[in-house]
Design a protein around this ligand. Sequence first.
Ligand SMILES: C[S@@+](CC[C@H](N)C(=O)[O-])C[C@H]1O[C@@H](n2cnc3c(N)ncnc32)[C@H](O)[C@@H]1O
Length: 263
Amino acid sequence: MSDAKWCPPSLRGIVTDYIQFGVMMWRMDVEMASLLRLTLERLGVNEVVDLCSGSGGPWFRVQWMMEKEGFPVKVWLTDKYPNAAALTFARNASGGKFDFCSEPVDATRVPETLGGFRTIFSGFHHFRPGEARDILRDAVDCQQGIAIFEITKRTAWSMLNFAATALLVPLCVPLLRPFRWSRLLWTYLFPVATPVILFDSLVSCLRSYSITEMRGMTEGLDAKGYTWEAGEIKPPHSPVPITFLVGYPTKNSLKVYEAFESL
Ligand SMILES: C[S@@+](CC[C@H](N)C(=O)[O-])C[C@H]1O[C@@H](n2cnc3c(N)ncnc32)[C@H](O)[C@@H]1O
């Protein structure tokens, strides 16, 4: 739904803003920031190209947490359907730490001029297996590392949690920042935000790839000296886990997730 062409940008914005809000409330961004910091620190990279950014995803807090831990990064936010209002807000509020591409950027074919470690938060399940593999292949072809984080999972437990969260939309919408009149319009006057978010969450769960499927997509993509790690992180404050896939040009005996687990 959040990538449907017919969906008005302001309604699409509510879906991505709500995902962002959920990630923050369940403090999933803390775990994502730790794994990313370890990866980028070990690779010696501090430029990031975020794909499928929506409203900026968890990068606001992730960037802040990484900076607090002594590893600031510069982030380019990109999307095939850039949400100019949300991305301008992110850029202005970041004090120069974020910038965004106003032109559409397709995650399966990132322009070579956009160099940096790639990230995708809650966007990988939007792609069919062939396209999802194209995203990974494009990163390998450009010799860029990539980290993918998914908060949805194809399980009844995950669907139940996301359904319950979607039903809280009318209570939570006034808490979303920055304030936008359009959210009130879509939530209370023409009350489609709740069913749209409910539908989007359930479809996202059903479309999510398992760890085994993600690992399968990387088969044959390590010939150019790439290390791939996939697994699950269980944030202490979240009822659902985060599934991740990280790939990077192999350096020494670097294994990021093993290091993350031993923290
Ligand atoms: C569920 S949203 C994820 C938003 C954000 N990353 C977050 O965590 O809140 C998925 C985003 O993927 C974008 N998208 C869909 N197809 C894409 C493509 N081929 N290339 C880049 N972005 C795409 C959509 O416009 C949408 O903003």
